[in-house]
Ligand binder design. Sequence first.
Ligand SMILES: N[C@@H](CC(=O)c1ccccc1NC=O)C(=O)O
Length: 297
Amino acid sequence: MGNNSLTPRTELYLEGPDATGLNTVDIWTTGPDLASGGDERLWVIYIHGGAWRDPKVDSKSFAPAVEVLFNSSLKDSIAGFASINYRLSPYPSHTKDPSCPDDRSRNVHYPAHLVDVSRALLYLDDKYRINNRYIVAGHSAGACLAFELNNWYLPGAQLPQPACVLGISGIYDLEAFIEAHSEIPAYRTLIENAFPDKSVWEEASPNKSHLSENAKWQNARAIIVSHSDEDELVEKAQASYMLERARMAPSANEKIHFLPATGAHDEIWESGYILASLITKSIEILRSSPKDPISTC
Ligand SMILES: N[C@@H](CC(=O)c1ccccc1NC=O)C(=O)O
């Protein structure tokens, strides 16, 4: 495969009266779409950031990294890439693309973002059989979503199990995030905008939440937290909080990893190369991890 430019196809993971323009997932496949028996190729699934509200940070923010990975030696071990859009919280003050009050895709709050990501994962599993063979990578607010994934948000649902969860530049502790930036009121505004009910802040913070007991990351074969020292927007302490909580997981010693990243907060996905390299390293970690942690005890 040469240095070609790739175009994803956009699929709808929700149809009917509840569907909005943001209930879509971008898909890039690298070979036959459907898993044949014994297909061990991985899916790489991305959850974008943008503080749960920024219309300019969406599924397309994964495209530069996909381009890099598509032209790398990993290509043959990857079945496909998916980048999930989800409904956003309001952003009426956005200078170029303010949200309107009647736009159903841009006026939601926690847990609607997670309900959508859960729906997308169910759709992907139904169509592409991703269970146990996908890595879910989230950036910033997307990392929070990746570590919140839990059957609890869609009653009756059995979300596919990720083999690896990778949180990059993540926000995991909402209260501490506000505290760490108390001199900048915009940080509190961001959180109150997506989580207006303060009584859910603990539940929605994966380092503290009682829901983390049954969260999907708990049973991943590799649990990876990444942060860049050059991040100017999210403090590194967030990564430490999540790592501290993750180390309480069963067989934590073999499964939990910190991956240092480079670059500024958004440079990580904008450049493509940094995000691609974190995904590459995560796949290497996953490959060297025990297949079934239970049988190795
Ligand atoms: N571009 C976003 C800000 C943003 O994404 C952000 C700002 C501070 C800390 C983390 C952020 N994003 C996390 O998803 C906005 O305009 O609201």
